[in-house]
Design a protein around this ligand. Structure first.
Ligand SMILES: *Cc1c(COP(=O)(O)O)cnc(C)c1O
Length: 961
């Protein structure tokens, strides 16, 4: 046959996306397989994965499609979403994302592919951006200490309730929630309160706290400001009254309104919470957006979530880092202030930058315009005989139209605007940054009113109450004034991104965190308006594209995991855990087993597990880890026996947190089931299982997955995430649901676990696209190459560092743990020294000291090609050589390139006073000067930062001299 004809069908296939996603090509895979000692990927995974868990059949998923085809499919889904003007409000508003922020943050891999800033020396850019966010929140709320983002407004409110219980004087009493709080906030608080035994009283607070509530003791009070109805009231009297009762007061506040209104701090609040969505973050059908919390200084040590603080580096220069980490779940476990791990960093960066770009005057002018539209809208309606219920409001009106509310809402929809139907007699309408004169016209006609906006504008006064007008100065720090031109802003964003190490520079081999490719095709649809600009409570008929995509993704994830039902609502892995444990709790209670409250957790588990169990009202009992890294079966059996009737659930991670395919998993699951317990399989390590084994089939009753690990949603520097929960049939009735969207979960569900019906819906197209691009075969191959790459690294490093824990065939799963303890003990070189030295070599360190102190957990993923894997192994081996020079005494234990790492560009100049050469410090083996990554600061003093807590922008001169 001559070669002058290649069939069209073959040419049309092009290069399969799988080959873009998977780093090592066929030749590289062969070389790696040879190193590991297997002939093919199938042989390798046949040996690595225990038979008892192997799936017999291939994944039943649609065949892989090309990037062009998948983008076309996504376009047609997008076209089935209808973007109307949104005046629904309730915490979600139209906003104009400044394009310089859209393109250079949200769509920029330097920002979205970064990891959580646990290595602060290579995260200074996003840490500064988060500090801007904290400063913005602290100053607008008038409370000095703000965290670096929470998951959304509803969960932030629930965290405030938990914080109130922790710090408040009143230990027995009710928690009072404003009846005019956002309905989804009330529901999320109720979901969270029930298992921990807190009684919620929803009360009308317009006349103060009801007397019968006051008599019962009040732990805390949450007031919405402005209210969901739009009303702006002086909440100081109710705050004072609550304080007299010893209660902790939380104000759920709208940040845009706070640019004009007296701050919660000035009104006496202890805590302020809310969302920063309308600061330039698209609605995305519900998320992701950054929730916020700010507190009085004395509660800083009780804050949930992450907190950025200021410290100094080895030269005494100012440097940012995460502060007070001992509050967090990864250290404090069941005693943590919350279970939050992944938060909403990328979105917090956007919101902070929105404030940086607009500055206080720009923000105020957006707020005034929004208010002006609301005022004129109200004036027109009133003049036309429509009753506007409240006289004082910021952006939202409630109008009374007896018996005619539905009619008005549907007429407005005809005119291209969504309003909120409150009840048969009331409609509510919210203005925002994107409101137009045309929209006002459409609304007026929907109510049968004619109005002349110019005429109204000439005569009508603003309606914010005089007594609540804000008079203090805010956002005075230079960062909120220096970047007003687009050129200046562009360069600021670039300068910050350049300080950071993200996946666009090199591999981030984080065990348990699966930092793999976030393909551009997967990312593209996220910022299309048809996905970005939908309100989460928009009518279902306007969201058909989303609803189809959501249903398909749920079904496909169910197929991948072997579960019967999947809920996409949880907006982080931690929230998926809570949802899964609440399902277990609901199931036991429905069976009359209310006493089943013990949650068994292996000592090696991720910190979120224990923290989530406590939030689900469970008692944590720790099961030992055996020397081989597996669950200690003897101890497990003993604990099962000891707690017999109280056993609720065992939480295990599979493959184990030690990166091993445990062979006993089926026995473990059976033992728990025999005792009447349920099995929770933490699915964070699903990258080792997809296409090979299904947790829902080998013994799990419930799992959460991390779409921001296995399914390609980027980490964003510490969020967003999506943590779907998958369950078997018997747990399905207890999945999350939502009060404003019946299609989001079962009627019998446990209530909402996050504020929006489908959580962070806006980023689900990413995972949908990944599955569609790879197909079942491609997904399986990705898993196989992930396993191959981990074993390749293990084999290459083994002669130099002991590799802890192996499973069947002496193989690891998708990650491996290398042990530095013997070397540290012998030489004084710490795991930290090695992590920082890797920066000099141009790498982000692996996971440090989890699950075993003094070790690295390395997860290369399938996306890194063999050159990058080798570059990493070579760096590790070179570092081993450097440690040897310390061991032999050639380099002093307290002055060597490891102890002084990382080395900055600043160290190229001036005197050189070290025992090793400047070149050895700055350009270690294999580092090319032209491609060198320069860390912006030297090693950061962690302890100093916690002792001298500064968590908003310090004045510029604070660290000079
Ligand atoms: C990442 C992770 C979690 C938590 O997920 P988040 O999205 O960060 O909340 C839980 N368990 C394990 C094993 C993990 O690696």
């Amino acid at each position: 046959m001559t070669a002058n004809r290649i069939p069209l069908s073959q040419l049309e296939r092009g290069i399969p996306f799988e080959q873009r996603h998977i780093g090592p090509d066929g030749a590289a895979q062969a070389k790696m397989l040879a190193q590991v000692g297997y002939g093919s990927l199938d042989e390798l995974t046949a040996a690595a994965v225990p038979d008892v868990i192997k799936s017999a059949e291939a994944l039943d998923l649609p065949a892989a499609r090309s990037e062009a085809e998948v983008l076309a499919e996504l376009k047609s889904l997008a076209e089935r979403n209808q973007v109307l003007g949104s005046m629904i409000g309730l915490g979600y508003y139209g906003t104009f994302t400044p394009p310089v922020i859209l393109r250079n943050v949200m769509e920029n891999p330097s920002w979205y592919t970064a990891y959580t800033p646990y290595q602060p020396e290579i995260s200074q850019g996003r840490l500064e951006a988060l500090l801007n966010f904290q400063t913005m929140v602290a100053e607008l709320t008038g409370l000095p200490t703000s965290g670096a983002s929470l998951l959304d407004e509803g969960t932030a409110a629930a965290e405030a309730m938990a914080l109130s219980r922790r710090v408040g004087k009143v230990k027995n009493g009710v928690y009072v929630v404003d009846a005019d709080a956002l309905p989804q906030t009330i529901a999320v608080i109720e979901t969270r309160a029930e298992p921990t035994g807190v009684e919620i009283v929803v009360a009308d607070l317009s006349e103060g706290l009801p007397a019968e509530v006051a008599e019962r003791g009040v732990v805390g009070v949450l007031v919405q400001y402005p209210g969901a109805s739009g009303v702006v009231r002086d909440i100081k009297p109710v705050i004072d009254q609550a304080h007299e009762l010893g209660a902790i007061v939380t104000v759920a506040a709208d940040l845009l309104a706070l640019t004009l209104l007296t701050s919660p701090g000035d009104l006496g609040a202890d805590i302020a919470i809310g969302t920063t969505q309308r600061f330039g973050v698209p609605m995305g059908f519900g998320g992701p957006h950054a929730g916020y919390m700010a507190v009085r200084e004395k509660f800083a040590r009780s804050l949930p979530g992450r907190l950025v603080g200021v410290s100094v580096d080895a030269d005494g220069n100012k440097a940012y880092r995460l502060a007070l980490q001992t509050r967090e779940q990864h250290i404090r476990r069941e005693k943590a202030t919350s279970n939050i791990c992944t938060a909403q960093v990328l979105l917090a960066v956007m919101a902070g930058m929105y404030a940086v770009y607009h500055g206080p005057d720009g923000l105020k002018s957006i707020a005034r315009r929004t208010h002006r539209y609301a005022t004129l809208l109200a004036a027109g309606l009133t003049a036309g005989g429509v009753e506007v219920v409240h006289g004082a409001y910021f952006d939202t009106l409630t109008v009374r139209v007896p018996g005619k509310a539905a009619e008005a809402v549907s007429a407005a929809r005809e005119g291209g605007v969504n309003l909120r139907l409150v009840d048969a007699d009331h409609v509510s309408l919210a203005c925002d940054e994107t409101t137009t004169r045309a929209q006002l016209g459409a609304v007026w006609s929907a109510f049968g009113v004619e109005a002349d906006i110019e005429a109204l504008d000439a005569e009508v006064q603003d309606t914010l109450p005089d007594g609540l007008l804000r008079e203090d100065e805010y956002l005075a720090h230079p960062v909120f004034h220096q970047y007003r031109s687009e050129t200046a802003m562009l360069r600021y964003l670039r300068a910050l991104a350049d300080r950071d190490y993200a996946l666009d520079r090199g591999m981030i081999p984080l065990g348990s965190c699966t930092m793999k490719l976030n393909a551009t095709t997967e990312m593209e649809p996220v910022t299309w308006p048809e996905f970005g600009q939908l309100h989460p409570f928009a009518p279902a008929e306007q969201a058909q594209g989303y609803l189809t995509l959501i249903r398909e993704l749920e079904e496909r994830l169910a197929e991948v995991t072997g579960y019967d039902k999947v809920s996409l609502q949880p907006n982080a892995g931690s929230q998926g855990e809570l949802a899964g444990l609440l399902a277990v709790r609901g199931y036991h209670r429905a069976n009359g087993d209310e006493q089943r409250t013990v949650c068994l957790i292996p000592s090696s588990a991720h910190g979120t597990n224990a923290a989530s169990a406590v939030m689900a009202g469970m008692k944590v009992v720790v099961v030992k880890t055996a020397d081989d890294g597996e669950v200690d079966i003897e101890d497990l059996r003993a604990k099962i026996e000891q707690y017999a009737e109280q056993l609720s659930v065992l939480m295990i991670t599979y493959p184990s947190t030690h990166g091993v395919f445990e062979e006993h998993v089926a026995d473990i699951c059976a033992a728990v089931h025999d005792a009447g317990g349920q099995v929770y399989v933490d699915g964070a390590n699903l990258n080792a299982l997809v296409g090979l084994a299904k947790p829902g089939r080998f013994g799990g009753d419930v799992s959460h997955l991390n779409l921001h690990k296995t399914f390609c949603i980027p980490h964003g520097g510490g969020g967003p995430g999506v943590g779907p929960v998958g369950v078997r049939e018997h747990l399905a009735p207890y999945l999350p649901n939502h009060p404003l969207q019946s299609a989001a979960g079962p009627e019998t569900g446990v209530g909402p676990i996050s504020a929006a019906p489908w959580g962070s819906a806006g980023i689900l197209p990413i995972s949908w696209a990944y599955v569609r691009l790879m197909g079942g075969e491609g997904l399986k191959r990705a898993t196989q190459v992930a396993v191959l790459s981990a074993n390749y690294i293990a084999k290459r490093l083994e002669p130099h560092f002991p590799v802890l824990y192996n499973g069947p065939g002496g193989l690891v799963a998708h990650e491996c743990i290398v042990d530095l303890r013997p070397l540290s003990k012998a030489t004084g070189v710490s795991i930290d020294d090695v992590a920082k030295r890797l920066i000099d070599y141009g790498f982000h360190a692996p996971t440090m000291s989890f699950p075993v102190a003094g070790t690295f957990m390395i997860e290369p993923t399938e996306s890194e090609d063999i050159d990058e894997l080798d570059r990493f192994c070579d760096a590790m081996i070179a570092i081993r050589g450097e440690i040897e020079r310390v061991a032999t005494g050639e380099w002093a234990a307290d002055d060597n390139p490891l102890r002084n790492a990382p080395h900055t560009a600043g160290m190229l100049g001036g005197e050189w006073e070290h025992a090793y050469s400047r070149e050895e410090g700055v350009f270690p083996a294999g580092v090319v000067a032209s491609d060198k990554y320069w860390p912006p600061v030297r090693r950061i003093d962690q302890a100093f930062g916690d002792r001298n807590l500064v968590c908003s922008c310090p004045p510029l001169d604070a660290y000079e001299g």
